[in-house]
Design a protein around this ligand. Sequence first.
Ligand SMILES: Cc1cc2nc3c(=O)[nH]c(=O)nc-3n(C[C@H](O)[C@H](O)[C@H](O)COP(=O)(O)OP(=O)(O)OC[C@H]3O[C@@H](n4cnc5c(N)ncnc54)[C@H](O)[C@@H]3O)c2cc1C
Length: 388
Amino acid sequence: MPSAAEPAAPVDSTELDLFRETVRRFFAAEAEPHYTRWEADGIIPRDFYRRMGAAGLLCVDQPEEYSGGGAPFEFAMVVLEEAGRMGYLALASNLTVHSDIVAPYLLHLGSEEQKRRWLPQMAAGECIGAIAMTEPGAGSDLQGMRTMAIADGDGYVVNGSKTFITNGQNADIVVLATKTDPAAGAKGTTLFAVDTSLPGFKRGRNLEKIGLHAADTSELFFDNLRVPVTAVLGRIGGGFGHLIDELPRERLALAVTAVGHAAGALEKTIDYVTQRKAFGAAVANFQNTRFELARMKTDLEVHRAFAEKCTRLYADRRLDVPTAAMVKLASTEMEGRVTDACLQLFGGYGYMTEYPISRYFADARIQRIYGGTSEIMKEVIARSLVGR
Ligand SMILES: Cc1cc2nc3c(=O)[nH]c(=O)nc-3n(C[C@H](O)[C@H](O)[C@H](O)COP(=O)(O)OP(=O)(O)OC[C@H]3O[C@@H](n4cnc5c(N)ncnc54)[C@H](O)[C@@H]3O)c2cc1C
């Protein structure tokens, strides 16, 4: 990995384009025929992760010594952008958690034993990752979390619950945020890499959502869950700092997905308006349609440029917390504007679930909420400008 002073080598754009083609072909062959069924089932089958692993599309920028792809960071972002572009936002969210949150947490914070235990299996798709921070009473305000891990002999006993956890039904490993010292405030937060097969780990419902239907989003419960001390991830009491350190990648991943998702919605809309006729002309011929398409394309490209800049900053280890908040805020708000205006150009057909634009529209709504809401992004940015 480069140091902060040493930028990563520039990425070969031909190789990146070839990789993008590979990703597109893979999704067209392996996801497209099944996606509607996955939505009906509310979950993507584990076997699909194995296929992604076999194709080298999981953990693509993880080091080869842990069976990752060893590719530059930009390649990891291409997987998400393409999943978004094809309208598979639920898949993109699952992959973000697996490859772009849980795997980097393990790589950056894990002991050698933790890395060797989990990362190769995650790259192979044999083991699926989730991150559990949110609780019924603690979302934006994570300091309010109540899940407790109490030191006991050679380990910890965990009690509490989490909600809205992506990959919650499929997960084999959960990066779990707990309080180990409630009196210490933020300094009393500790992360654990939890093996979900342990007694006391229980999965709740696969939650029903207005969109993102193929993603398994779940409640999790911990009932005297005993974890060994070797499951501590990072420093005891250092959990909050670790979360903040890792947030830029999560937020950038959501922003890149937003750009891909908006681009896919716009492509579908251009196809539709050039074919659909009204008043004896293609809908594309109306000045309103032309101006809307022009406005959306411009909106998209401005945000693509910012996302690409932030991708480079991250690759060079220079993406800071406020800039990551800016790119997440800007790109996901743009995604909301674009998917809404695209649906409008489909008229009533846009509201029918058989038209994929309806999925783009419904799925996009979550992007302004998870990974930190737009309001929290504004707070983070404002704090960097004028303090608290
Ligand atoms: C589909 C889905 C998947 C998710 N996946 C995960 C996951 O994998 N892991 C995980 O841990 N969590 C996950 N989440 C949780 C998600 O990150 C939270 O829902 C989000 O952070 C908001 O928290 P909340 O829902 O408790 O809303 P609240 O915090 O209750 O917010 C309610 C409203 O108040 C606003 N608000 C709150 N504080 C402020 C403030 N200081 N200033 C101004 N406005 C404020 C918010 O912006 C929002 O509009 C997921 C959620 C969903 C819906």
